[in-house]
Design a protein around this ligand. Sequence first.
Ligand SMILES: Cc1cc2nc3c(=O)[nH]c(=O)nc-3n(C[C@H](O)[C@H](O)[C@H](O)COP(=O)(O)OP(=O)(O)OC[C@H]3O[C@@H](n4cnc5c(N)ncnc54)[C@H](O)[C@@H]3O)c2cc1C
Length: 460
Amino acid sequence: MKALIDELIEVTGESYVSTDSAVLVGYCTDWTGHRGGLALAVVRPADAREVAAVLSICVNHEVAVIPQGGNTGLVLGAVPDLHASTPVIIISMVRLNTIGSVDELSGQVTAGAGATLADVQRAARAVGWEYAVDIAARDSATIGGTVATNAGGIHVIAYGMTRAQVTGIEAALPLTSPTLIDHLGGLAKDNTGYDLASALTGSEGTLAIITAVRVKLHRPMDRTSLALIGTDSYDTALRLISSAVRPGIRVRAAELMDRFGLEITLGLIGQMSPLSQEHELVLLLEIADGGDASGFVADELSERDTVIAVDAANQEQLWSLRERHTEAYSAFCIQRGLAAPHKLDVSIPLSRLADCAQLLNDRVRAHPGVVVFGMFGHAGDGNLHVQVCGPAANDESVAELILHTVAECGGSVSAEHGIGRLKAKWLPLSRSPHEIAVMRAIKAAWDPNGVMNPGVLFSE
Ligand SMILES: Cc1cc2nc3c(=O)[nH]c(=O)nc-3n(C[C@H](O)[C@H](O)[C@H](O)COP(=O)(O)OP(=O)(O)OC[C@H]3O[C@@H](n4cnc5c(N)ncnc54)[C@H](O)[C@@H]3O)c2cc1C
């Protein structure tokens, strides 16, 4: 392995290759605290050319690689498999963080894969544009990581997922000599065969390493209002969301929280509930009202327990109730001496959301060892984040139950976090054998030497 490390150092310089286990642990442990197996080394190239060189060295040494961005992924895609016997190199993309200037004519910007989502959002906002993808992990998640996972987030209901924003890509291919593909032109119309940017979007580091992306921006919407609304059922919440869509009014976000999740999040941030009563479900609805949402408010909200925030500071406070849910569940369970929560991101057809949520509630609560169960998520997209504490971290029975229930409801085992290593064995619940065979053939075409993130997406 010395020859491999020496060649890597030759490309990036000694400061950017680490084999020190104290350093490696940080790169091999994910956001939830899950500790993966130890990598041979972490390499932090400076630019696309170095990424391509590092990748080809790994191919020639037949060593697997894991591309890593902000390491905020929640499906074990960016950390080594705890049980893998083959050596692996982590290629960290955080030094590729340059952001170009916004192209005012096309409303697009090109960013290095390692730029954080928050930095891309800030760069767009500074010149009067908005990048539509937004997630609570924005300060650490990278634009390359969000493309590699096809991240969703809070504005999918208005703008679609990351795939809908990507207009171009640059990537290093896993071949024996350094190879980059560059398709960053951002043409609005470009019907020249297979869309490789789209293929890499959601590929979770299994095909190539994304080194830069070009994304579409939007002009910010007019004044927005944020309403926190007490409701009693999923059906009522969905009806409210659909009745908010009126001429001139656009729903920008529609998030649901259950009673328990809201309670522990309020506990975490040391706040009282802004609502006057307790409710089984609470809906956070952001609407761009073009100056007047009074019709919707009068028709739907006047009789409900509701708080409306119009100014930025109040909106931020209401948003923190939703955005700190993931953290609140982790803190609550760990403080009680339970294993870190099982966090399962799933999506369900809207027409079946209420029934399926009830089914999940009944089945999971009755499952042996379950102490804590709750759900929150992007309700307008049928996307629930199911949280369960009690069963040990390596007990897969509760995930098995939840994912089979979701499949029974016609849903997807992954709404937005991806498959990673965590859900690879359940991919067949959402994809047919023919689809998986095509996906494997695509992988073999991009990654003929099989070095890209083995164990992610397909169980080995
Ligand atoms: C508090 C919190 C809230 C979250 N909320 C959301 C949410 O609302 N919606 C959502 O979709 N996700 C959410 N996530 C999950 C996570 O933030 C996203 O999956 C994000 O897109 C990961 O970006 P990253 O840079 O951290 O990628 P990493 O975690 O580093 O990597 C994720 C995957 O992408 C691959 N990868 C990373 N960079 C590259 C690259 N340059 N080229 C090729 N492959 C690459 C990795 O190999 C891995 O498989 C949340 C996470 C946290 C901790």
